[in-house]
Design a protein around this ligand. Structure first.
Ligand SMILES: *[C@@H]1O[C@H](CO)[C@@H](O)[C@H](O)[C@H]1NC(C)=O
Ligand SMILES: *[C@@H]1O[C@H](CO)[C@@H](O)[C@H](O)[C@H]1NC(C)=O
Ligand SMILES: *[C@@H]1O[C@H](CO)[C@@H](O)[C@H](O)[C@H]1NC(C)=O
Ligand SMILES: *[C@@H]1O[C@H](CO)[C@@H](O)[C@H](O)[C@H]1NC(C)=O
Ligand SMILES: *[C@@H]1O[C@H](CO)[C@@H](O)[C@H](O)[C@H]1NC(C)=O
Ligand SMILES: *[C@@H]1O[C@H](CO)[C@@H](O)[C@H](O)[C@H]1NC(C)=O
Length: 430
């Protein structure tokens, strides 16, 4: 938009004209202020404009009453017209971005009561503090599936405001796993572990089993780490049977490259320029051992994990590593092309429904930087699935293969004809 110079008359002006001049000046300033707002990052909110419409109309009326320099008025009129039409189109836009009233989700949000309603809003934003939100209301996020789990959700949102939260971590996780993710926030104090003591400093913390007092044991079958270390394998549970035992198999993971499906961290890091793997993600990383080993290489790995019948998140945190409580179905909470490495062992496998897996693989591709590595560690499936389904699937995403090895998975017997795939895939640079 053109900037306008307001040329003030050089001759003395009478008081009446002076008043008009001030009005004109105000009109000019407001108009241009609006133009600036409209063209800057400040995306005007509906609220802002609705409150200012009377002012604009008043200014428009004032304008027609002014008897100053014709050329100036012409310019002002053009300016005003543009501003008003911009204003209209913004009003239309902000109106369109509001949820539709005939939408189920909208109706559901409107029907909420009590604490849940307060938690998920919507809430009006204070005027003038909203440049990045692009809206005049704050709509706290809540997983769409929460709508279908309303009994559990209502239960979850029943607590004493300002008091201690119920011991319901299990309920929270159950909701998340069924698609009620993210959960709404609550206004209660989550229970702290009794007799909590300061954590062990790094690097000792990486390989130390934390004290039992560092955890709220809630409804876990085990009530201490000793029980978790020695728990028997449940039928059908292959992962993390003994990953709470930091002195057993966990201690040697990713140290030895056997030329087969077990790659070592050292060998994988050698695949790209030294030092260029710095930050990454381990999807479904159990008790955090991958992150611990990478930490020893000065690489920061964030580990997503659920608390499946054990305090996985607390355990990882006690090791001095970053746990993220997120289901495998959740969009990865990282921006595009940001991570040097994504690793996942066992978790990304044939138990994930095909389409979910496909979306997940593209999401991994998204968050990896060009040249970043996706270490698919011991993906498993049944023999024929490998070439019929999964190899084409993985190829389709568009990674380059740096390493690829298929091998038999024998822990449930040869008869099962199960196979592993370990691969290091690179996001292409161009
Ligand atoms: C414009 O002038 C008309 C009459 O000349 C007057 O009634 C009206 O109040 C004026 N409007 C403004 C905004 O000054
Ligand atoms: C805003 O929407 C109305 C009705 O949908 C339409 O008549 C008008 O032209 C729109 N204005 C702009 C500036 O888009
Ligand atoms: C914990 O277990 C008790 C008894 O089995 C049960 O009543 C309660 O609902 C459970 N809590 C959660 C959060 O699942
Ligand atoms: C650990 O918990 C189990 C039951 O969960 C109990 O049988 C055992 O005695 C506890 N061990 C210790 C050392 O507290
Ligand atoms: C790979 O490592 C696992 C332990 O992490 C071990 O049980 C398995 O035998 C190894 N596979 C090969 C082919 O060495
Ligand atoms: C998939 O095909 C390749 C090449 O034909 C073959 O070497 C491999 O054994 C097959 N994998 C499985 C699991 O059948």
């Amino acid at each position: 938009m053109e900037t306008m110079q307001l040329v003030l008359p050089s001759k003395p002006v009478d008081p009446q004209q002076n008043k008009s001049l001030i009005k004109l000046l105000f009109l000019f300033l407001s108009t241009n202020l609006l133009s600036i707002l409209l063209f800057s990052n400040f995306n005007p909110t509906k609220l802002f404009f609705q409150e200012n419409i009377p002012l604009l109309l008043e200014l428009e009326a004032t304008q027609s009453n002014l008897s100053l320099n014709q050329a100036q008025i012409k310019l002002l009129q053009i300016n005003l017209k543009t501003t008003i039409s911009l204003l209209n189109s913004h009003l239309n836009k902000s109106h369109k971005s509001q949820p539709k009233e005939n939408n189920n989700a909208f109706t559901w949000l409107q029907s909420l009561k009590g604490e849940l309603r307060l938690a998920v809003g919507p809430h009006k934003l204070p005027l003038g503090y909203t440049p990045n939100l692009r809206t005049d209301t704050w709509q706290p996020p809540i997983g769409l599936m929460c709508q279908l789990l309303s009994d559990d959700l209502a239960h979850y949102m029943t607590y004493e405001v300002g008091g201690e939260c119920p011991s319901d971590a299990e309920l929270a996780q159950k909701l998340m796993l069924r698609g009620c993710e993210p959960l709404p926030r609550r206004r209660c104090r989550s229970k702290s572990p009794a007799r909590y003591i300061d954590p062990t400093p790094l690097p000792e913390s990486l390989w130390q089993t934390p004290p039992d007092t560092s955890v709220v044991w809630d409804n876990y079958t085990c009530k201490n780490y000793s029980c978790l270390v020695h728990r028997a394998e449940k039928p059908g549970s292959y992962d993390c049977k003994d990953c709470f035992n930091l002195h057993g198999r966990e201690k040697t993971r990713w140290l030895h490259d056997d030329g087969g499906i077990n790659f070592s961290i050292d060998q994988v890091l050698k695949l790209i320029s030294p030092g260029t793997v710095r930050i990454g993600l381990d999807i479904g990383g159990g008790t955090g051992t991958f992150a611990a080993r990478m930490r020893e290489h000065n690489i920061i790995i964030v580990t997503t994990t659920m608390n499946f019948n054990g305090p996985f998140n607390s355990f990882i945190a006690s090791r001095g590593l970053v746990p993220v409580h997120l289901t495998v179905g959740h969009r990865l909470p990282f921006f595009d092309s940001t991570l040097d490495l994504v690793h996942s062992m066992h978790v990304i496998s044939n138990w994930i429904p095909g389409l979910v897996l496909e979306f997940l693989l593209y999401d991994v591709y998204r968050v990896l930087r060009p040249g970043g590595l996706f270490w698919l560690d011991r993906f498993f499936c049944v023999g024929p699935q490998m070439n019929e389904t999964y190899v084409p699937f993985i190829n389709k995403v568009g990674f380059n293969r740096l390493r690829w090895h298929e091998g038999r998975k024998m822990d449930r017997g040869e008869r099962m004809n199960e196979w592993y795939l370990s691969a290091v895939l690179q996001k292409p640079i161009n």
